[in-house]
Design a protein around this ligand. Structure first.
Ligand SMILES: C[S@@+](CC[C@H](N)C(=O)[O-])C[C@H]1O[C@@H](n2cnc3c(N)ncnc32)[C@H](O)[C@@H]1O
Length: 213
């Protein structure tokens, strides 16, 4: 209980005890806040560092990201990749293409990160790859659909990470709005899915980690 009371101070402390953000990521975040609508959608330093670290642990050859936004997490995955690794990342909003490509180049990741502009629901079926790691971070109402579309493209033992599954704590509310209900249904479905083992990390806005058995 005390820990929850001090949540902000704890977050400040843990960020202070985490490898600092690179200049490239800092500048991307800054430009996102200055120029892009809904900048709070960006993952940010702490979660980004976790994703880089997970990538370094798994050493995936192929990563799929659903929901690029301005490219922050695509770069975080790219930073953790092994030499022959690639990230495939999908963003529906074509207005974001310039900022994404600009910062991928700055990070020297333009060859390792393959950007698709379009609807993930149409693009996923066209990607002929098997993935070791997937990050779902696009429309909350469509989490189920993305999961179904990617599942056969994840190798046995591969990981599917899904962001914002606590939805600011609203999943606990009795009367759930549409988005919250969709996220809660997604979490329950993962919990019951015998094809995966899973853990819900309560950090940031909640990350569901599912491992394909
Ligand atoms: C929360 S943001 C992604 C944040 C990014 N992963 C990061 O941490 O920096 C969600 C993004 O998903 C995109 N999106 C929403 N629906 C989509 C779809 N059906 N296909 C592809 N992208 C979609 C939105 O345009 C938005 O840029």
């Amino acid at each position: 209980m005390k820990l929850i009371k001090n949540a902000e101070a704890i977050q400040e402390y843990v960020e202070g005890m985490t490898t600092p953000e690179t200049d490239i990521l800092y500048n991307l975040k800054r430009e996102t806040y200055l120029k892009v609508l809904s900048p709070q959608m960006i993952s940010g330093h702490y979660q980004g560092r976790l994703l880089t670290m997970i990538t370094q642990m798994i050493r995936p050859k192929r990563v799929l990201e659903v929901g690029t936004f301005t490219g922050y997490t695509a770069i975080c995955f790219g930073m953790g990749l092994p030499e022959d690794g690639q990230v495939h990342t999908i963003e529906i909003n074509e207005e974001r293409e310039n900022i994404i490509r600009k910062h991928l180049e700055k990070a020297e990741l333009e060859e390792k990160v393959i950007l698709y502009i379009g609807d993930a629901k149409e693009i996923i079926p066209t990607i002929d790859e098997m993935f070791d790691l997937v990050f779902i971070d696009a429309s909350k109402m469509e989490y189920d659909t993305y999961f179904d579309l990617i599942f056969e493209k994840v190798r046995q033992g591969g990981f599917i990470l899904t962001d914002n599954v606590l939805w600011y704590g609203k999943v606990l509310e009795e009367k759930k709005d549409k988005k919250t209900a969709a996220i809660h249904a997604f979490n329950s479905r993962i919990q019951e899915d015998e094809r995966v083992e899973n853990i819900l990390l309560p950090m940031m806005d909640g990350i569901m980690i599912a491992r394909k058995i």
